[in-house]
Ligand binder design. Structure first.
Ligand SMILES: [Ca+2]
Ligand SMILES: [Ca+2]
Ligand SMILES: [Ca+2]
Ligand SMILES: [Ca+2]
Length: 493
């Protein structure tokens, strides 16, 4: 853990060599032909400049950010060390207004935040104590010198945690979801009925008995698996008070994890994550579409023979979907950031990889007002050995128009990105082991284009009715005064 103070660092505008590949492939893996092209002539001068940086005083990891109706921002993450959920409200210029932590009986993590229709906030995360194997527990011993050890017994009880606060971040209620397994949440949205949709996963640890036979100095270890391990994606729908209405699981016989859920235009849901149960080998991106009751309509996998992971999904204005994550099946080396565009039915339209020889990850994506895409993540290929935040802007076809890295001389991560009301961008993440916000100036090709509601039903950038009435009232009063002055001047004797 570094102890240097976070500071504004020069942005590495000029990256010597950047590769992008178009990856035609089918959803079940199969063959692909990578057409490499150098992007060293990329016009990075069009990239918006960094406007301000916010970092917390204490150590933490920033997971998610949204703009609020007052023009400021709400950031959620976790403290480091003994983790607690951490919620920070800033104004539009990145000045902290308040900061709250939420603690339970073990390790608590905040992963997702939304402003709610009542002006408060909803947070999804995790509460409790994660799985810790019990080692060396001797359950029997006999005179022949044979000890039998039992290992893999689960302790602790991590559950999904949903916290509702008022507009000052004071808790109104919280709910736990989970049983004896390890449940954790990655994403929450408020739904059109003012309830909530939460996605997470249930991890069942492999349980086994290991028998250690000791004959002199020779140990003979045998394992007997008494419960196979696995993970299932878990989708939970609640009412406005966080009471469960229904829940659904999605899984095969291996480890399947979720990353993000969004309500779709028809009232259903789209989930992205990764599956080891299905697909072309190892992990694949997993995209699942459900109806309004959580019943699966279709699912698609994307990937090749190596590890491929979906981290973020948004519905696009053509009713399709944009996904980011990372791939080791395609690209130029180690992980590459992966951008996937599908149609309304989840069929691949195009996919692009971005990266160099080292690790490059995509963590968050949304469509911009102009119809392009803004993608956040982190890169080791184009950094000073340790990771840097990576921000990529593409056109509607996924061609890079500019990119930016952010470096503060340590490991920097980008975990969430949004387009802001001034047509700039905001990235949440971590810098110098602290929660971080990076605000970028307005993007010149976006300015003036009406912003779309990228974020389901979160009130976001839409002025409330009260705001419109106030503005209208002030305008009417001003007009009356001007009219009266004009009338009085005309009729002055
Ligand atoms: Ca549990
Ligand atoms: Ca794969
Ligand atoms: Ca790479
Ligand atoms: Ca760095």
């Amino acid at each position: 853990m570094t102890k240097c103070i976070a500071r504004a660092a020069p942005i590495l505008l000029m990256v010597p060599l950047l590769f992008t590949f178009t990856v035609p492939h089918n959803a079940t893996g199969g063959t692909y032909n990578a057409q490499g092209s150098s992007l060293d002539s990329e016009d990075v001068s069009s990239a918006p400049a960094l406007q301000w940086i916010y970092t917390t005083d204490g150590y933490g990891f920033g997971a998610d950010v949204r703009q609020t109706t007052d023009g400021g921002y709400i950031l959620v993450g976790s403290t480091l060390g003994n983790p607690d959920v951490w919620l920070v409200k800033t104004d539009a210029d990145g000045h902290e207004i308040w900061s709250r932590t939420f603690a339970g009986d073990g390790s608590e993590y905040g992963s997702s935040v939304r402003q709610t229709a009542d002006g408060g906030y909803i947070i999804a995360g995790e509460i409790g104590t994660p799985y810790v194997p019990i080692k060396g527990q001797t359950t029997s011993s006999n005179s022949a010198g044979t000890d039998t050890e039992s290992q893999g017994t689960e302790t602790g009880d991590a559950d999904i945690w949903l916290i509702k606060t008022d507009s000052d971040g004071e808790e109104i209620w919280s709910q736990r979801f989970g049983g004896e397994e390890e449940e954790e949440s990655r994403s929450v949205c408020q739904t059109s009925d003012n309830g909530y949709i939460i996605v997470g996963h249930i991890t069942t640890r492999e349980e086994f008995i290991s028998e250690v036979s000791v004959n002199g100095t020779v140990e003979d270890i045998t394992l007997e698996i008494i419960q196979p391990g696995g993970a299932a994606i878990w989708l939970i729908k609640t009412d406005v008070n966080g009471n469960e209405i229904w829940n659904k699981t999605f899984s095969g016989n291996s480890y399947d994890y979720s990353s993000e859920v969004r309500q779709t235009a028809g009232g259903g849901y789209i989930i992205v994550g990764r599956t080891s149960s299905y697909g072309a080998g190892k992990r694949d991106v997993w995209l699942i579409k459900t109806d309004a009751n959580g019943n699966e309509i279709w699912n698609k996998t994307f990937g090749g023979s190596a590890n491929d992971t979906g981290q973020s999904v948004s519905q696009t204005t053509d009713s399709g979907y944009i996904i980011t994550g990372y791939t080791t099946s395609y690209g130029v080396g180690e992980e590459d950031l992966w951008l996937i565009k599908t149609d309304h039915d989840g069929n691949l339209i195009w996919s692009k990889t971005f990266g160099g020889a080292d690790d490059d990850f995509g963590t968050s994506v949304c469509q911009t007002a102009s119809g392009g895409y803004i993608v956040a993540g982190y890169t080791k290929s184009f950094s000073d050995r340790l990771s840097d935040v990576w921000l990529i802007k593409t056109d509607a076809d996924g061609n890079m128009t500019w990119h930016q890295t952010f470096d503060a001389d340590g490991n920097e991560y980008g975990s969430s990105v949004i387009q802001t009301a001034d047509w700039g961008y905001l990235v949440a993440g971590q810098s110098s082991s602290r929660m971080m916000l990076l605000k970028y100036q307005p993007d010149s090709v976006e300015v003036g284009i009406p912003l779309k509601q990228v974020d389901d039903l979160t009130p976001g950038l839409m002025p409330s009715l009260a705001t419109w009435l106030l503005v209208g009232g002030i305008a009417a009063a001003a007009f009356s005064i001007i009219a009266y002055v004009f009338w009085r001047n005309r009729h002055r004797p």
